[in-house]
Write a protein that binds this ligand. Structure first.
Ligand code: NDP
Length: 247
């Protein structure tokens, strides 16, 4: 179902220079999208990403900052054209049991993982409505569905994305715009490699397929959801978790 597109549409991928986001950017680029990848601060990874993929449209800004998002969406639209596909992928963790969690840890995670989805989506949704076409895909997490110890902040943000997306899907359903969520399980990226190896081993042992997922699997699902012929899939949450949590 994933194939080259007919018209070169513009896709923005937040956190699109590393990990899952880099794979999404690369896959959409291969399928013929004009891709803008955004990132926060890792210039080295962004340069390597540019050299590897040939994607030149790379933008550095904080997705938690509405004004910065507005400025950069304007730059992207000037450079590439109106945004047809938005992939809200940027995310962070600041794990801590609630009784020890600081307001800073709570706020950073909520702002980066959830406020960002409001910021970016709010800025492109009017254009999508007016043009009668749009695809919004946001990356949630298995832990937004199942809950996870030490992740009250992260799980709240990731569950929030699902409620947000269902509501927006209804608002724009008649306007040719679809809004969907992907909830990955444990995918082999820097974020997961940062977990203590002994804990990671225990996590993998509990995954029915007995391995971590790969970013390309997520990227191909994004391409399927972004497809211009796929206008009937909306308000949905897709679990990609090796059978670890079944809903
Ligand atoms: P990585 O840590 O590998 O990459 C995160 C990306 O987000 C980076 O490009 C980073 O920029 C960017 N980013 C972080 N904060 C901001 C910010 N404030 N503004 C702009 N960009 C920002 O993450 P993954 O690839 O592992 O995860 C991608 C998404 O998938 C996240 O939303 C994550 O929660 C979700 N997810 C991941 C899972 C996994 O197993 N890996 C499982 C379930 C969900 P920079 O490079 O500059 O740091």
């Amino acid at each position: 179902m994933t194939r080259k597109i007919e018209k070169a549409r513009v896709a923005v991928v937040t956190g699109g220079t590393r990990g899952i986001g880099a794979s999404i950017s690369e896959t959409l680029h291969k399928f013929g999208y004009k891709v803008a990848a955004t990132y926060m601060g890792n210039d080295k990874a962004a340069e390597e990403f540019k050299a590897k993929t040939g994607i030149e449209a790379v933008f550095k800004f904080d997705v938690a900052d509405y004004e910065a998002c507005a400025e950069n969406i304007a730059k992207i639209e000037k450079q590439l054209g109106p945004v047809d596909v938005l992939v809200n992928n940027a995310g962070i963790t600041r794990d801590c049991f609630l009784h020890k969690m600081t307001p800073k840890q709570w706020n950073e995670v909520l702002r980066t993982n959830l406020d960002s989805v409001f910021n970016m989506t709010q800025l492109v949704i009017s254009g999508m409505r007016d043009r009668g076409f749009g695809r919004v895909v946001s990356i949630s997490s298995i832990n937004g569905l199942s809950g996870a110890m030490g992740q009250t902040n992260y799980a709240a943000a990731k569950a929030g994305i699902i409620g947000f997306s269902k509501s927006l899907a209804l608002e724009v359903a008649a306007k040719g715009v679809t809004v969907n969520v992907i909830a990955p399980g444990y995918i082999d990226t820097d974020m997961v490699r940062a977990v203590d190896p002994s804990i990671l081993e225990k996590i993998v042992a509990k995954i029915p397929v007995k391995k971590l997922g790969n970013a390309e699997g997520i990227a191909r699902l994004v391409a399927f959801l972004a497809d211009e012929h796929n206008g009937f899939t909306t308000g949905a949450t897709f679990n990609v978790n090796g059978g670890q949590y079944l809903t």
